[in-house]
Design a protein around this ligand. Sequence first.
Ligand SMILES: [Fe+2]
Length: 512
Amino acid sequence: MGEERMYFDHTSELGENPGEKDAPDAVSPDTVEKAPLNDQGYLEQKEERIRYFRTKNLMERVREMLFCLVGAKKNMSIYPPHHSICMDSIFTFFQAAKKYFQLANDFSLRIVGEELYYEEKLLTRESLLYYSLVKDCKEKGVGGITIYKGLTPEEFADFLYLFSLDPAELQKRGGLKSLLGRRGIVHIALADPGTYEEIPKEEMIRASHREEYFNAIDVIKELAEEVVAGKKLKISKANKVVGSILNRVVEDRSAVLGLATIKNYDEYTSYHSVNVLILTLALASMLPLDRSALMILGTGALLHDLGKVTIPTSIVNKAGPLSSAEWEVMRQHPVVGADILIGQPGVHPLSVVVAYEHHARYDLKGYPTIKEKRGISLFSRMVEIADVYDAITSDRPYQNAKDPHTAIRYLVKNRGTAFDPLMVKVFVDMLGFFPVGTLVRIATGETGIVYDQNEGDPMCPRVKIIRDSSGEEVEPRIMDLTLLKEKVEAAGRSVVEAVDPKKLGIDTLQYL
Ligand SMILES: [Fe+2]
């Protein structure tokens, strides 16, 4: 983690974005042909537009309500009900609810399988982000929560308190649903599990992907606990996780890469380890490596930071700069990690090497000092890239997360010194120079979010256009930038440049 501080410090030195050198600021929107308009009547178009903005506004409010609901629920499970933090989060929830109930009379959430739905709309991202809510509902026999206009703060606080009780306690008291009735909570209703009978196949697959992701998180946490307790590690569990994630990567790399965007501020190291596993295996799947090599690499990737478990959290999570003594401790984690792993039956020596070398750098200027002239192993070079990419794109006590494009630029800028240039190239080919989720301005002057990659052309992704050339919000549509490429590049300009979403006040995730 201190090592991520180092990466962050270097981001201020980021070089020019190759796509920015030829920024398309001088390109008039008219220089590129636009898609022809549909032959619809003016009124019809206007109605459609109003409908779109109304729906969009409602979904924004839904997401806000959900965010505040989960926040209040979390605080209620940590602090006593009358603690000021609980009171504040209830107040925040009611501010969001006030805006929401201007648009609808009830707020209805459903849990289907592992997914969270608003009405019948699947909330893909929220299902991932608020998995704890989904899990809690399932454990407490709740299939859905409906909140009605007219809810009072007292009812809501009472509901949160009851919801924070553990399943055994709830069962003893007759179940959550009956408790609400007995306590006079009339503006919240709970549905039984399994409200929707059929779950589409694609969603089932996505849910099982996510289940595997969280299973991997549980396993890495268990291993960390075993290290702390000085127990023998259950390496077979780690191998099982690596095998199942590898199968998913082979089946559908893009879908699994989506999982690697899940972050958790409070439990950074566990989520980081699993994300590094996914990113490394996705990178490795671009190379001609056999399955046994991929398994060894995957185990090294998943366990690369195990040595951090022994470092005090006051150092790992320190918001400010580390003192030199603290740095010394932090720099030990690759050696400590390798020491832990080398004594474990079932861990291949090359996996141990990955833990030992993951901060040594391609040019050997990192730590610990490596004297072999042949340099660090190929596996270590791959894990190093995945490690830094995930670290830069994560929120930490000492840094705000950077967007994926910034992380890619950092890797590209430091190829040949910190990173293996060939592996950086493969990594960029895989994720794109503008990874999914990057906010970009394209040569037409319009703004959009990278939606998908065009294989073999990392500079020209497919983009979801969200604003026109004058900055006005438009109904999203997908544009394939390879279609612009010839004309724009012939004029000596680049097709696309990254834009800081914070500067434009855009939440890119809501469009994905
Ligand atoms: Fe590390």
